[in-house]
Design a protein around this ligand. Structure first.
Ligand code: DGL
Length: 272
């Protein structure tokens, strides 16, 4: 048993879609969420650069006592999770594109995957697709511009609708019946995408599976918090917390109080 917090980080605000599931499934756990909004997006950065950024974040999260880290970013998982697991003595849970689920559920034999360039370039994506998508036609699409719309809290804007249309329409023409959201920012668009594609096409967000994995790892390592504890949340950003505040308000209905928290040598703006 451990009352230490779980750390969750992303290149920015997308990982809040993972935080939401962790909070729902693990109400007794304390969580520290870190948005690296200053350096967002990660999608076109080199793997070396992402490893460096991820290690800085994890150093600070470890200093804050985190007992497990969730890399709530497909791009950072692809670039850095092997190195993080080698370098630190705590468990890491990363994002995996939900291609397996899509491959099992497809009736048309055609699935679409929307992710960043960094995710498609990584070894993890190539290995996962080699393993699960024999005889299945996978249409990949880089979602350039979508991360920025979430960071600016403009994910429901007409501009977002137009951009999504350019990415999703070719998938529909191709006959896909499963669309995998391979970037943690994209589930913010899920309601819009679902309206575009209709009931015949499943839109898959891997966050619930990732939260289940976090739960399993906590149980295996016997580091869950006491079941009667009421979990708390601290949200930190390397950029401004304004956009985070409004996104949190729209997904939780709650207003969080502002403060600061010192991690390592840096004082970050925080919400809790
Ligand atoms: N949320 C990140 C991911 O899942 C976004 C990548 C980016 O910052 O470009 O890939």
């Amino acid at each position: 048993m451990s009352s230490n917090p779980i750390g969750i980080f992303d290149s920015g605000l997308g990982g809040l879609t993972v935080w939401r599931e962790v909070r729902r499934q693990l109400p007794a756990e304390d969580v520290i969420y870190f948005a690296d909004s200053l350096n967002c997006p990660y999608g076109h950065k080199s793997a070396d650069e992402i490893v460096r950024l991820a290690k800085n974040i994890v150093d600070d999260m470890l200093a804050a006592g985190c007992k497990l880290m969730v890399v709530a970013c497909n791009t950072a998982t692809a670039a850095a999770i092997d190195e993080l697991r080698k370098s630190y003595p705590i468990p890491f849970v990363g994002m995996e594109p939900a291609i397996k689920q899509a491959a099992l559920n497809t009736h048309t034999g055609r699935v679409g995957v929307l992710a960043t360039k960094g995710t498609f370039d990584g070894r993890l994506y190539k290995e996962t697709s080699r393993k699960y998508v024999r005889n299945i036609d996978v249409m990949v699409q880089v979602g350039d511009g979508l991360v920025e719309l979430v960071e600016a809290n403009e994910y429901e804007s007409p501009q977002a609708g137009q951009l999504l249309q350019t990415y999703i329409a070719p998938m529909l023409e191709h006959g896909v019946d499963q669309i995998v959201l391979g970037c943690t920012h994209y589930p913010f668009f899920k309601p819009q995408i679902e309206r575009m594609v209709g009931r015949e096409v499943a839109v898959i967000d891997p966050a619930p599976a990732v939260a289940r994995r976090v739960s399993d790892v906590l149980i295996d390592a016997q580091i869950q918090n006491a079941a009667n504890h009421h979990g708390t949340d601290v949200f930190l950003s390397s950029g401004s917390v304004c956009a985070m505040e409004s996104l949190l308000k729209s997904i939780t209905g709650r207003t969080f109080s502002r403060g600061t928290m010192r991690l390592g040598a840096v004082e970050y703006e925080s919400l809790s």
